[in-house]
Ligand binder design. Structure first.
Ligand code: DGL
Length: 274
């Protein structure tokens, strides 16, 4: 058997650390590597081809670092690159390795969290235009109605540490109001972007209390527990030493300064080229 390796978590930048943070809390015994493509973030405004190319480079790098299992924490990468990588690239690279995304596990929860069957999705322009959430929900729950709203200013607000400030209220209120006006029966809203949990207090302020907000961190953590239980052959290939290492395509000092906003815990980081 091939040597066991860390579980890898990939994001275009810092946002995926909100997902890693929860995964590590759910499964602390495993080893993890996190890769943030901070030098090329954001992915949300990039074309399908570019997001696919960048994500594939990251996947190949993470495999070369010993991972057998990669989670694409980035919704934009999950929306625009995951299917191609699973269907076209994995059979060529190594059919026994796996790449998983965050859209499917989030969609699997909507049925429990919506009574009206009217769902709202908040995401980057790329995620919204890909219609990935709409298609996944349609596949699993064809009776549901889905409305989406792209929030292009939300990622920069978080990346620039402005998410607690009054300036962010304008953009949060604008996008939330537009989503709800598009369908007043919405009673569950998916935060379809890694950065949005940091805006949750503001998001809650502009949403009625009886609307459920679906955050991905815990959902992805729980679905990973379930995946590893159902796939003992993959579980064996995931090393268990409780270590978390970080890689960034940008400057390491910069990464350390900002990563603390997203991830609770020690951050030891190396620079990497894709
Ligand atoms: N991580 C991305 C996502 O979840 C948002 C940041 C970006 O645009 O790169 O969609």
């Amino acid at each position: 058997m091939k040597k066991a390796g860390p579980i890898a978590v990939f994001d275009s930048g810092y946002g995926g650390l909100t997902v890693l943070d929860k995964i590590v809390k759910h499964l602390p015994e495993y080893d993890y590597i996190y890769l943030g493509d901070n030098a090329r973030t954001p992915y949300g405004t990039r074309s399908f081809d570019v997001v696919y190319e960048y994500t594939l480079q990251a996947v190949e790098k993470l495999f070369s670092l010993g991972a057998h299992l990669i989670i694409l924490a980035c919704n934009t990468a999950s929306a625009k690159a995951l299917r191609n990588i699973q269907q076209k690239d994995l059979p060529r690279i190594d059919p026994e390795r796996r790449v998983l995304g965050v859209i499917r596990p989030s969609v699997e929860r909507v049925n429990d969290l919506s009574k009206s069957k009217h769902i709202g999705v908040l995401g980057t322009i790329g995620t919204v235009q890909s219609e990935s959430y709409v298609m996944e929900i349609e596949k699993l729950f064809p009776e549901m109605t889905v409305k989406q709203e792209a929030c292009p200013m939300w990622v920069p607000l978080v990346e620039n540490n402005e998410f607690n400030d009054i300036g962010s209220d304008y953009f949060v209120a604008k996008n939330i109001n537009r989503l709800i006006q598009s369908d007043e029966e919405i009673d569950a809203v998916i935060l379809g972007c890694t950065h949005y949990p940091l805006l949750l207090p503001k998001i809650r302020q502009y949403l009625k209390n009886d609307i459920n907000v679906i955050e991905q961190g815990d959902i992805v953590g729980e679905s990973l527990i379930d995946y590893l239980e159902r796939h003992p052959e993959m579980d064996e290939k995931c090393s268990k030493g409780g270590e978390v290492k970080f890689f960034t395509t940008e400057n390491v000092e910069k990464f350390k300064q900002t990563a603390g906003i997203f991830f609770e815990g020690e951050i030891s980081v190396e620079n990497i080229h894709l």
